[in-house]
Design a protein around this ligand. Sequence first.
Ligand code: G1P
Length: 290
Amino acid sequence: MGHRVRKAVFPVGGLGTRFLPATKVMPKEMLTVVDKPLIQYAVEEAAAAGCEHFVFVTARGKGALEDHFDAAPDLERQLEEKHKDEALDAVRKYLPKTGQISYVRQTNPLGLGHAVWCARHIVGNEPFAVLLPDDLILADIPCLKQMADVYETVGGHLVASEDVPRAHTQRYGILDVETDDGKLAKAKGLVEKPKPEDAPSTLSIIGRYILDPVVFTPLDKGVRGAGNEIQLTDAMAVTMSMVPFHGLRFVGKRFDCGDKVGFVEANVAFALKRPDMEAQVRAALKTLLA
Ligand code: G1P
């Protein structure tokens, strides 16, 4: 099937006001979970799903992101001289090859749909992934890989989905479900951030998408939706008559790292998954909670 996903788009233009002052001079995507910035988790996930081209939609003040994905000759030379092999490996091994990353500026923060639209010329006319680094997913099989495998058969638009408490529907895009086998749900409609009483279901969109390029057609028009923003959810909704739309209940645990509590929780969960840290973190938590 011609449904291979080669390109991944990372909307990284957001301000990160919820984490001020940490994000005053540092992009929110550089916030660290254990010892890696959020953006690195997202790029590694895309690479694990087979993506070969990474498109960052950036904005002013996001230079640290570009530097993080560039070689650091001085640092690397010093680590070499000191024979710090592990550290050297840590700063090198995640780097995509030259030419595999492109940067495009979103000059106006008009919404997620607009951010994705800014990448249209680099994406071209093929299916592509979108990853929101705020949503960090702990999984044995990386979430986007799970999706890419399913995408080979379903095509169209595919999003990662999760059931959320009805009281939280206003934080998410919500599916209007047509059929649902418990893993894969086919939707007949989508609503961005509905009030609990208006939500057609409690099945939400999590920040992983594989999209058919037809999604760019409505985005060209720049119509504003919820919160007066150009919404990706709306662009998917109006193209649902042209391509199938599915939500995949992925296997894994998702952390909302755009939220302080979620971010702290992610740090603990990821540390507990690290063989080199697990025992000590467990003991430290026990003491703290006693
Ligand atoms: C965005 C999308 C929303 C989706 C969410 C997932 O919202 O607009 O549909 O459910 O990401 O994290 P945001 O979190 O940017 O407000």
